[in-house]
Ligand binder design. Structure first.
Ligand code: FUB
Length: 465
């Protein structure tokens, strides 16, 4: 079945970002430097913090060991903040696998990460909690043991703090359970309650929240094939009334864990597909990629069914200024210009992020003809005169070509990156640019000899004319 979709998937992966993209739109999937799943967005202080689970690049089935964070203020350009917690955070848990769907909530200046992990033996599913002083972590194990002790199907925690301060934790596959969390967010009172009649088609991945006096429970819904269903209630503990599908059932869905937020007057639904893995239909390699779409609530609070994830994404909420330090790991899309000799496996994933003690997160595995695209960059009426980049290279170095709107759009400049003597020895290098006026998508196309990595890129900025 896979081979039937390969030509289409390759065409989409290479052509859509280059030729179909609208300026100042996101591109789905929104994260390309890693395979990600189980999106859990948190809005905090004007920023969307998007926590995800992470499928290893060589996964054949679930191979999941850590949780990642991406942030955005414009919903289009996402900044990779790296790993915020891993199985090592919970040394008492199984360490090889099972870092599944997370959620983070904020309370009283602290951030609580709830995750399903596993322990030795059977049943193995537990829910753990870690705490941090900042949304980007580092998260520390809060208890040294599970918050919710082991039982079959105890996965996919979701937490909401009600207006009266009472926090609720829901979870489960294929059943649905909840407890009332105490104010400390790391213990609970009362019994674990099993929802007596779970909403129609409920499978897993619950996302629990309140909006305008109504409670919502969105979830991966299995039925002919899978979609995202939802139910509403007047009380946080139900009874839940099934309301239909938020997203159409689609053969491309497996475990479509939803994450839903309101941000700056817009409502967003996050989920995942397999597009980065060149599969329009899942091939059960579990190399997934997080996606987003915008939707509206009807006047009565119900949600109309959205079509399956597109490749276009959502509109940019504000432009990005190039006259400040822009972290290289802030981007809307990355890929590689297709060469005749490429096979699909050559592409995914190309450019990666890494962390160093010196500069934090940076872009690495930059090879000939890879590129990053930053959407909706406002150069202003006066335009830009210089481009600077903080780079490191113990390889041959190379070139950063600066294009507007597409990889073969107008070229505004060219920075020759000279080697710095070490992959972690950083130097700002600068070139002149011209023709960068107004708002454009900006594409940094990397060129150099051979197939080896050329240089690492930490941050860049433009100088004004
Ligand atoms: O990603 C691992 C598991 O697959 C999640 O916990 C489920 O929701 C499904 O997405």
């Amino acid at each position: 079945m896979f081979s039937r979709y390969v030509p289409l998937a390759i065409a989409l992966a290479f052509a859509a970002p280059l030729y179909l993209a609208q300026p100042a739109m996101a591109e789905n999937p929104i994260i390309q430097t890693s395979f990600t799943a189980d999106p859990a967005p948190l809005v905090h202080d004007g920023v969307v913090y998007l926590y995800t689970s992470h499928d290893e690049d060589d996964a054949n089935g679930f191979k999941m060991r850590d949780w990642h964070l991406y942030t955005s203020t414009d919903m289009v350009n996402w900044t990779d903040k790296g790993v915020v917690a891993s199985l090592k955070t919970f040394p008492w848990a199984v360490q090889e696998n099972d870092a599944w769907a997370p959620q983070v909530v904020a309370r009283d200046g602290k951030f609580y990460l709830y995750v399903p992990i596993s322990v030795a033996g059977w049943p193995k599913n537990v829910i753990a909690v870690a705490v941090a002083d900042k949304p980007e972590g580092p998260f520390r194990d809060a208890l040294g043991k599970p918050l919710i002790d082991k039982a079959d199907g105890f996965i996919d925690p979701t937490v909401w703090i009600d207006d009266d301060g009472q926090a609720y934790l829901y979870w489960g596959n294929p059943n649905l359970w909840y407890v009332k969390l105490n104010k400390d967010m790391i213990s609970y009172s009362g019994n674990i309650e099993k929802v007596p009649s779970k909403p129609a088609n409920y499978q897993e991945g619950p996302w629990f929240y309140k909006r305008q006096s109504k409670y919502y429970l969105a979830y991966a819904s299995t039925c002919c094939p899978e979609g995202i269903g939802y139910a509403m209630a007047d009380k946080p503990t139900g009874p839940w009334t099934y309301k239909g599908d938020i997203m159409d059932h689609n053969p491309g869905s497996t475990g479509n864990h939803p994450g839903i937020i309101d941000f700056q007057g817009h409502s967003y639904l996050f989920g995942f597909n397999y597009r980065l893995n060149f599969a329009e239909t899942p091939i059960h390699h579990e190399r997934r990629s997080v996606t987003v779409t915008e939707f509206n609530y009807n006047p009565d609070g119900t949600i109309s069914t959205q079509p399956w994830w597109d490749t276009v994404g959502v509109k940019q909420l504000h432009t990005l200024s190039p006259y400040q330090r822009v972290e290289a790991e802030t981007l809307a899309w990355t890929s590689r210009v297709k060469r005749d000799r490429d096979r699909p496996i050559d592409w995914a994933p190309g450019i990666k992020t890494a962390r160093s003690d010196t500069v934090g997160i940076y872009l690495t595995r930059i090879t000939d003809l890879t590129y990053v695209k930053i959407n909706g960059v406002d150069f202003g009426a006066g335009g830009a005169s210089t481009f600077s980049a903080n780079v490191a290279s113990n390889g041959k170095g190379g070139v950063i070509e600066l294009h507007l709107d597409s990889v073969d759009g107008p070229k505004i400049g060219r920075l020759t990156v000279t080697p710095t003597g070490d992959w972690n020895h950083w130097k700002v290098q600068t070139t002149q640019v011209s023709g960068a006026v107004g708002t454009h998508d900006l594409i940094l196309v990397f060129k150099g000899e051979g197939d080896s990595p050329l240089f690492n890129l930490d941050y860049w900025s433009f100088g004004k004319s």
